[in-house]
Design a protein around this ligand. Structure first.
Ligand code: UFG
Length: 328
């Protein structure tokens, strides 16, 4: 398939591009490199461009005879979305809507969307299934939720098929060490913990120790980025015109912040200093995926079911690339 990947030079995007290429697809990456990295994708696949430059993007889709779009490009800092919602609605919703409209007009039949467990807000039951009421608690989650609705309406009215994948906590790196996680600024637990192990930070702050969980710290479902990438491939293959599907993508097992730190100490062989800190605004206590639907309907099966194995790939990347891609 000839596939356009917006935001393909970012963390999850680049791992998906690597897998798509390995499976013989023709890939065009469209990325403005504001968060993505030039070295995260093969040179010949990359078109540097902005999502808001919709005529340019349209032209790229026409010239490359695109048959499917995987749409990663988005802002994803929950805290920033609360203080600057305009930025999130503009990019994650309006720019995405412009893209979807061009996709429709060009008659491109397949669309895969990066959604998030943040669309559930504070769930009422655990593990979270796709039937859980979606009630986001921040503008980031709202922007993704609104676009999901738009996709559903488009698929009902037009000959377009889509899959929205609701990611849990993406983590890890390519096992060959070629690409990995590098955000500026970095806010995610695992890379921050590994930066402490590398001596780049004095300690990790634990945001909240009084949650109603086994050890008082937040629980998350950490899923290896390659398993997420695989979900995109399976989704693409199964998309049918006029149909839309929503899937949670997580391994179905939660780890607390303290457990992540403990496993990181085992994997790195380093003592990780911690500092207990207040809760971070907008963090639900526990998010664990019920992923039966994607296993059943797409035959998806995570290769990485243990946090230790995920952290080993992440540590491998961070050790070899202590400054990440070194371009920011
Ligand atoms: N945490 C700390 N200390 C840190 C960083 C994080 O204790 O320095 C905790 C957080 O409070 C949270 C857990 O570690 O409980 C994981 O935090 P991350 O920032 O790594 O990930 P989030 O669960 O906040 O975010 C992920 C995705 C977002 C998505 C969100 C949905 O990265 O894009 O899930 O809740 F919006």
């Amino acid at each position: 398939m000839r596939i356009l990947v917006t935001g393909g030079a970012g963390y999850i995007g680049s791992h998906t591009v690597k897998l798509l290429l390995a499976r013989g697809h023709a890939v065009t990456v469209y990325d403005n490199l504001s968060f993505g990295h030039r070295d995260a994708v093969p040179k010949e696949t990359l078109v540097v461009g902005d999502l808001k430059d919709i005529d340019h993007l349209d032209q790229i889709m026409v010239v490359n005879q695109i048959e499917a779009v995987i749409h990663f490009a988005a802002f994803a800092y929950v805290g920033e979305s609360v203080t600057n919602p305009a930025k999130y609605y503009q990019n994650n919703l309006l720019n995405s809507m412009n893209l979807l409209e061009r996709v429709r007009r060009l008659g491109i039949p397949r669309f895969v969307f990066s959604s998030t467990c943040a669309t559930y807000g504070v769930p009422t039951a655990m593990p979270i299934t796709e039937d859980e009421k979606q009630s986001p608690i921040n503008p980031y989650g709202n922007s993704k939720f609104c676009f999901e609705k738009m996709l559903a309406d488009y698929a009902a009215a037009y000959p377009l098929g889509f899959t929205a994948l609701r990611y849990f906590n993406a983590s890890g790196a390519a096992p060959d060490g070629s690409i990995g996680e590098d955000h500026t600024p970095e806010t995610h637990l695992i890379p921050l913990v590994l930066q402490v192990a590398l001596g780049q930070r004095p300690h990790i702050e634990i945001f909240g120790t009084d949650y109603p969980t086994s050890d008082g710290t937040c629980i998350r479902d950490y899923i290896h980025v390659d398993d997420l990438a695989e979900a995109h491939l399976l989704a693409l293959e199964k998309i049918q015109p006029n149909q839309g599907n929503f899937y949670n993508v997580g391994i179905g097992r939660g780890y607390s912040v303290r457990e992540v730190i403990q496993v990181a100490e085992e994997v790195t062989g380093k003592k990780i200093a911690v500092k207990e800190a207040p809760r971070r605004a907008g963090d639900p206590p526990s998010l664990v995926a019920g992923s039966d639907k994607i296993r059943r309907e797409l035959g998806w099966q995570p290769k990485y079911t243990q946090l230790r194995a995920i952290l080993e790939t992440a540590w491998n990347w961070h050790k070899a690339h202590p400054k990440g891609y070194g371009d920011k």
